[in-house]
Design a protein around this ligand. Sequence first.
Ligand SMILES: *[C@@H]1O[C@H](CO)[C@@H](O)[C@H](O)[C@H]1NC(C)=O
Ligand SMILES: *[C@@H]1O[C@H](CO)[C@@H](O)[C@H](O)[C@H]1NC(C)=O
Ligand SMILES: *[C@@H]1O[C@H](CO)[C@@H](O)[C@H](O)[C@H]1NC(C)=O
Ligand SMILES: *[C@@H]1O[C@H](CO)[C@@H](O)[C@H](O)[C@H]1NC(C)=O
Ligand SMILES: *[C@@H]1O[C@H](CO)[C@@H](O)[C@H](O)[C@H]1NC(C)=O
Ligand SMILES: *[C@@H]1O[C@H](CO)[C@@H](O)[C@H](O)[C@H]1NC(C)=O
Ligand SMILES: *[C@@H]1O[C@H](CO)[C@@H](O)[C@H](O)[C@H]1NC(C)=O
Length: 456
Amino acid sequence: MAPDLPCILYYFFFLLLPSSLVAQRNGNGNVKVGDSLTAGDEAALWLSPAEDFAFGFRQLGQKDLYLLAIWYYKIPDKTIIWYANGDRPAPKESTVKLTAELGIVLNNPQGGEIWKSGPGNGEPASGFMNDTGNFLVANENGEKLWQSFDFPTDTLLPTQIMEKGGVLSSRLSETNFSRGRFQFRLMPNGNAELNTINLPTGSAYDAYFWSNTVDDSDASNAGYQVVFNESGYLYVLRLNNKREVLTPGRVVPATENYHRATLNFDGVFVLYYHPKNSSGNESWSVVRTMPENICTVVNGKLGTGPCGFNGVCTISPDQRANCSCPPRFSLLDPDDRYGGCKPDFPTQVCAEDVPNAPEDYELVELDNTDWPFSDYERYTPYNIEDCKKACLQDCFCNVIVFREGDCWKKKLPLSNGRKDASVNGVSFIKVRKGNDTLPGPPPIPKKNRDRLDSSC
Ligand SMILES: *[C@@H]1O[C@H](CO)[C@@H](O)[C@H](O)[C@H]1NC(C)=O
Ligand SMILES: *[C@@H]1O[C@H](CO)[C@@H](O)[C@H](O)[C@H]1NC(C)=O
Ligand SMILES: *[C@@H]1O[C@H](CO)[C@@H](O)[C@H](O)[C@H]1NC(C)=O
Ligand SMILES: *[C@@H]1O[C@H](CO)[C@@H](O)[C@H](O)[C@H]1NC(C)=O
Ligand SMILES: *[C@@H]1O[C@H](CO)[C@@H](O)[C@H](O)[C@H]1NC(C)=O
Ligand SMILES: *[C@@H]1O[C@H](CO)[C@@H](O)[C@H](O)[C@H]1NC(C)=O
Ligand SMILES: *[C@@H]1O[C@H](CO)[C@@H](O)[C@H](O)[C@H]1NC(C)=O
């Protein structure tokens, strides 16, 4: 008689083995209709054949919220290159499933739809996570119906092409994948541009970087695609096949390195590479940043600039925005250095009945700092003492900038603030004398910063 015990053990072994490890790992990048993944199940992934990329859920910060995403699977950074539901994070136990009717569908635990790829022009039969970072949905003849490369988020990868009308959109912050304030677009006229947007509506403000691939006199010389070729070169391809290469010099070989072009949340479009078989401490290296100085090129009467209203942008050594607040101002959102600043004192207003006599205010000097689009008066020729006097006596005036005999009066909120040697002038900001702070509730304890666990 066969002993029962080993059998029971065997049975228990199977019960205890996480079913996800057995059931949900796909093989060779392939996904079938009916396959699904569950948010919160860390072993549930759809991997590309060589495991360069994973498709699945990533937890957002410490919250039980998840992002349906594609990321580099092998490197320690696990850098995310595509996401489906940045504006609508999914609760734990949400599922993503490949269906014949709707393509890839992301549902919350109650079955409510959060996002779907749509069936495309046919009936989905299979999915495939390619080693290029592209997730494809195909019909039963293997014809492509949908691919993530056609719907980029903030990143382009080698072998990816952006057609006219294509858009990359920055995220709101490093850890918040909602729509941010910046875009990279290939315009109908053939120019690839970086521009700011009005956040709630998404409508475009002024551009701050151009590929200069527009040619009004010769349409064949205008750009028609942004191409990231398999060797890791990013360029705008003109109709006449000439290239405007955005990658300077030679790039490191794509066989041994990952390349990506990401529009960061501070508006800087960066080309990066990373060794594929990094031994652990290498990270992303920069090939090029566009523009070189985000602080001085974001201009225009509308919008806040890289550092939010009243903020001041200083370019950091790695050509990224470093934001700060003027003296006696503090962050609007203590957890968002890029979100703008508010005065910590009652600002002067032109009204009766409020204690705002000119003698209650003084001017604090700022070096090489300007908010170029907040002017309302210009006095020229003028001297610096008369300029200061003109501001102190004017209850509308919050800031003056003095440069080469010109005195500019400015008002709140200040936009596109920058501190840069090119400003070449002196500015003064009007603050209330003494240490009067705004009456109000005691400061709220600093919230735990949401962090995306990069080591998961
Ligand atoms: C996956 O990427 C490779 C390399 O670009 C390409 O040759 C292949 O056709 C892609 N597979 C599918 C199913 O698109
Ligand atoms: C991202 O920021 C938006 C706007 O501030 C906020 O509504 C949303 O809750 C944030 N998302 C996460 C996951 O924190
Ligand atoms: C990619 O583009 C660069 C720059 O134009 C070119 O030198 C290289 O040969 C291209 N690679 C391939 C595989 O076409
Ligand atoms: C990385 O690749 C290089 C060449 O391809 C090889 O010489 C090296 O041993 C590899 N390093 C690791 C840590 O695998
Ligand atoms: C990784 O870091 C350690 C300690 O900082 C250093 O000794 C080692 O050389 C580094 N390895 C690489 C490949 O940079
Ligand atoms: C940002 O600027 C502050 C000074 O305003 C400096 O202390 C800090 O190191 C800078 N950060 C970076 C990343 O450059
Ligand atoms: C305001 O407070 C700071 C530090 O709390 C102090 O150094 C400064 O002298 C005060 N200024 C006035 C005008 O009271």
